[in-house]
Design a protein around this ligand. Structure first.
Ligand code: ADP
Ligand code: MG
Length: 703
């Protein structure tokens, strides 16, 4: 590969979006009428016209071929955490032995991947196993590695969603519908659509590929299953925002370029708290594009890392005892005419509107904390949420002193008002700009208001952000729909808005917490407030099929009962499979790497004890070490058998996913912890030359 010095310098403006079939390209290449019609379809979320699809397909194909594409793929997001693709070439043979390049509107709009092996949670019988993909024209197509990528939704032939994008798109519609009702009731006659916007901050680790290759646990599970605490961790805090090392810097600039080509607006990059940990944040965009782009970002990180002899670890907890990785999901709502609905107002009318939308979020998070919790639940994220790390498993909301004070005043004023029966002074003066200044920043809250958006901080680094966002969109749509019901009936919408805000403050203020979420006192207080504290994935999953949540999802047309039931099954299955793979990998490493290493070391110790004793009459030091190694080795061997036993028991529970998931959590996961303790202790005693895998110190500090 050409070193960076010899590469031709291409202006950034020419790189950005150069591989994307974006608005500029469409305006340039599509016939004017078609462009206008297609634009309107996208902006207003209208159904797609067949004629338009035909023209767009033909133009898109020519553009893609001009970018070197020979294939196209319907790119989709099945219920795993990665994306899927199957490539078809554009060629179509002619009778005289040549080929022509073809791509029809039908091929653009609909695909039939033979996708029977994706998880469906029992939704798909084999006779209808194929499922189909449908073009999501609200997210732009792009060319990558010689293929035209068409973002699509994936569903069964009976119409059930088999992916993460479908409910996300449905939830965006639901939120828009309900937000528009509220805006209309408040006198807005011009806004046509409300979209949710998202900017996900992505954390990740980079380690040397040569070291990665020596660790079976990293290769098979994405995290280290063994590893003693290194002499140095993150205590000096010398990594956070530290100067970028050359190799990392080269990776990051290469990554930026690749992402920019794909139209991903990578904006900020820096070192994170843990050694070898970094972060990338893009500029926010609409939720479904942000979701597609986050998937692309994760894929590109992995790919570009390899070019630099590095491996990108996206797992939530690659190293025990070192900070894990998450994804801060910054979320807001904005109108097609450019208003951020979570931006405090410039005049009393806007203030009132802001407070109504803010109240909608407060109520939503309190009413459906369990759904938000499960949206961030995964085996990897269990090492963060509910363990002694950020953020905690209890969902609460940080509003900051200023806003909390405003709400307190409303509550106090409201109390007076209800006695006096007069109009309250809500929104009489304009709210101060709620600066997200450094003094008022809470870093421990799982759901924090940051001036003009909310930051949901629980999502795991490896997870798709789709679920977090379709849950957010839907639960806020529900509050808004309840508000709209009241506002549409009210004689005075302003007065009613004030009443709604007051009611929300009174009923839901328990969810607001501005203090330290890591303090043990918070756990006690949250319990007193009646807030759920769901410590692990297996316990969190039940929320998906809770009656109140099925009713919510069905009411807004986001997911049906059967779809939710299938997703419940899939989440249990993912948990079961993940822990099983981890457990099996531990057994394999313990038996074939650690055990032989310790046995060999012990034999050498024994030999040296005889040799030394022959000369000196005793071998105190060697003996002491021998005893301790032997003791730990015995315990290690016992715990290894226990883990194997636990794996057998859990596997035997096949057929009852809940019972099986619980067994993997209570038996297997626990046994893994015991085995690891012994192994990590052995690591501190055994000669480094005997230890069969790179240590934490090497993995974390060698770049
Ligand atoms: P932080 O200090 O947390 O890094 P930033 O201001 O850098 O905060 O923003 C973090 C993320 O929030 C970025 O991806 C940014 O684009 C995104 N963001 C900013 N405004 C909005 C908004 N209105 N809706 C959604 N995301 C937003
Ligand atoms: Mg942030």
């Amino acid at each position: 590969m050409c070193p960076s010095e010899c590469q031709e310098i291409v202006p950034l403006a020419d790189i950005y979006g150069s591989n994307v079939f974006n608005d500029t390209v469409m305006r340039r290449t599509l016939p004017k009428e078609i462009y206008k019609s297609f634009r309107q379809t996208i902006e207003e979320g209208l159904p797609l016209d067949g004629q338009v699809a035909e023209v767009v397909a033909s133009v898109m194909k020519d553009w893609a071929i001009g970018k070197g594409a020979t294939h196209f793929t319907h790119w989709f997001q099945p219920l795993t955490s990665i994306t899927a693709e199957k490539h078809d070439s554009f060629i179509s043979p002619t009778a005289d032995g040549r080929v022509i390049l073809e791509f029809s509107g039908k091929e653009l709009v609909k695909g039939e991947p033979d996708a029977s092996s994706f998880p469906s949670g029992g939704l798909r019988a084999t006779f209808e196993a194929r499922g189909y993909t449908a073009w999501d024209y609200t997210s732009p197509a792009f060319v990558k590695d010689g293929t035209l990528y068409i973002p699509t939704a994936f569903a069964s032939y009976t119409g059930e969603a088999l992916d993460k994008k479908t409910p996300l798109l449905r939830s965006m519609d639901a939120l828009s519908r309900q937000a528009l009702r509220v805006l209309r009731a408040l006198g807005n006659t011009t806004t046509k659509r409300v979209t949710t916007t998202v900017g996900p901050e992505q954390e990740y680790f980079l380690i040397d590929k040569k070291l990665f290759d020596q660790r079976e646990d990293l290769i098979l599970t994405g995290r280290t299953l063994f590893g003693a605490k290194p002499p140095k961790g993150q205590e000096l805090e010398d990594h956070y925002f530290g100067q970028l090392k050359d190799r990392i810097s080269a990776f990051m600039s290469d990554l930026d370029t690749e992402l920019w080509k794909l139209g991903v607006a990578a904006k900020t990059k820096h070192n994170e708290v843990a050694p070898a940990q970094h972060e990338l944040a893009p500029i926010f965009s609409t939720t479904n594009i942000a979701t597609d782009h986050n998937q692309l970002t994760m894929e590109t990180m992995k790919k570009v890392a390899l070019r630099h002899g590095l491996v990108c670890l996206l797992h939530e907890k690659p190293f025990a005892g070192i900070n894990g990785s998450g994804k801060h999901n910054n979320w807001s709502m904005s109108t097609n005419d450019g208003q951020n609905l979570l931006e405090p107002g410039k005049d009393p009318h806007e203030n009132l509107q802001f407070l109504v939308f803010l109240s909608a979020v407060i109520q939503a998070v309190d009413d459906y904390a369990d759904l938000l919790r499960v949206a961030a639940a995964s085996p990897g994220n269990d090492h963060r949420l509910g363990a002694n790390e950020a953020p905690p498993a209890i969902i609460s909301m940080f509003l900051g002193a200023q806003l909390t004070d405003i709400l307190a005043q409303i509550e106090a004023g409201g109390a007076k008002r209800s006695k006096a029966g007069g109009m309250m002074h809500l929104g009489a003066t304009s709210l101060p700009a709620l600066a997200k200044d450094t003094t008022d920043r809470n870093r421990t809250s799982p759901f924090a208001f940051t001036g003009n958006k909310f930051e949901f901080r629980m999502v795991g680094s490896m997870q798709s952000i789709a679920q977090a966002n379709f849950v957010l969109n839907t639960i806020v749509a529900e509050s808004l729909s309840q508000f709209a019901d009241r506002l549409e009936k009210a004689a005075d919408a302003k007065k009613e808005s004030a009443q709604i805000i007051l009611d929300v403050v009174r009923k839901h203020k328990r969810i607001i917490f501005n203090g330290n979420n890591y303090a043990t006192e918070w756990v006690t207080e949250a319990k007193q407030r009646g807030l759920p504290n769901i410590a692990n994935t297996v316990d969190a999953i039940a929320a998906i099929r809770a009656d109140k949540n099925i009713a919510l999802m069905e009411k807004h047309g986001v997911l049906s009962r059967v779809e939710l039931e299938s997703r419940t099954e899939i989440q249990y299955e993912i948990y079961i499979k993940t822990i099983n793979i981890e457990g099996q990998t531990m057994v394999e490493m313990a038996k074939r790497q650690i055990l032989p290493a310790v046995i060999a070391f012990r034999a050498e110790l024994a030999a040296s004890i005889s040799a030394v004793t022959a000369i000196e009459g005793n071998a105190e030091v060697e003996n002491a070490l021998f005893v301790q190694v032997s003791q730990t080795l015995r315990s290690f061997s016992t715990n290894l058998s226990k883990l194997e036993e636990a794996l057998k028991t859990a596997a035997g529970l096949h057929g009852d996913t809940l019972a099986q998931a619980e067994a993997y959590r209570d038996l297997v996961f626990k046994a893994m912890g015991e085995l690891r303790k012994d192994a990590d202790f052995l690591e501190t005693m055994v000669d480094a030359d005997f230890w069969p895998m790179p240590t934490y110190a090497k993995l974390l500090f060698n770049l």
